[in-house]
Write a new protein. Structure first.
Length: 255
């Protein structure tokens, strides 16, 4: 990165630029190189298709065009996906909107209730409250730079070289406050598990989900599946309805 090393001369045009702006600058500067790579991939597919097409009883030219086009399209989709994964971090998308949509799409048909923007009065808000047959969860959203490594060493969470303790404690505290309030109001013993949906950044864990210090960290598209796989309670339909109605009544809605 500019100005990131004593061995790299200072480039004044980058002075004061945010990491997001630098990312966009370098992304657009690399467009010509990406196009050259895409063209090379397409040509390689064209040649390969011409070689293997006749062996499969296909027209060599048509097979080459099809394979070359498919290879170039695949490269385009990979590049688009890498850029789109940084959209929340760059401020082009809202993480809570994306995660909320994914949660409702995957969980509602299985009897889960998803409520957005709730908070215990006097405390920080949480992006999503999920109540279902397997228990209760809170889900918050965060975005880091695409090169930030999120990992667990021992029982400690790390976000690059920074401890994840402060992040974990905040969400665990919010979960405990909500659980105590819902338990008191409904008479149902409630335990709430905290989840952090990470937009951008790299999670060093198989399946894009890791747990440490009492907090689960996952990519947004992995959260719903993880919730369904973790049954922390056995709630009936009536209990789910009571908890959802109580949460809607007593938990402050954030707008």
């Amino acid at each position: 990165m500019p100005n990131g090393s004593i061995y790299v001369p200072r480039d004044e045009k980058f002075t004061g630029a945010s990491p997001q702006n630098l990312y966009e600058t370098f992304w657009f500067a690399g467009r010509k190189n990406r196009l050259r790579v895409r063209a090379a991939v397409g040509v390689a597919g064209l040649v390969l298709g011409n070689l293997i097409g006749p062996r499969l009883g296909l027209d060599g030219f048509l097979a080459g065009v099809a394979l070359g086009g498919l290879a170039a399209l695949t490269d385009l989709l990979i590049a688009w996906r890498l850029h789109e994964r940084t959209a929340v971090w760059r401020g082009k998308r809202r993480g809570e909107v994306r995660t909320g949509r994914l949660l409702r799409l995957a969980l509602r048909r299985h009897g889960y209730r998803v409520m957005d923007g709730r908070a215990v009065p006097g405390e920080a808000s949480i992006d999503h409250l999920v109540i279902g047959p397997g228990g209760v969860w809170i889900v918050d959203n965060e975005a880091w730079a695409p090169d930030v490594l999120i990992a667990r060493y021992g029982e400690r969470l790390f976000f690059d070289e920074k401890f994840g303790t402060s992040v974990a404690k905040g969400l665990i505290g919010a979960a405990a406050s909500m659980a105590a309030l819902l338990s008191r109001e409904t008479g149902i013993e409630v335990t709430i598990s905290p989840v952090l949906a990470v937009h951008s950044g790299r999670i060093k864990a198989r399946g894009g989900v890791l747990t440490g210090e009492g907090l689960t960290v996952a990519y947004p598209w992995r959260v719903a599946g993880w919730i369904r796989s973790q049954r922390t309670a056995e709630l009936t339909a009536d209990e789910i309805e009571l908890l959802a109605r109580t949460a809607a009544r007593i938990l402050r809605r954030m707008t």
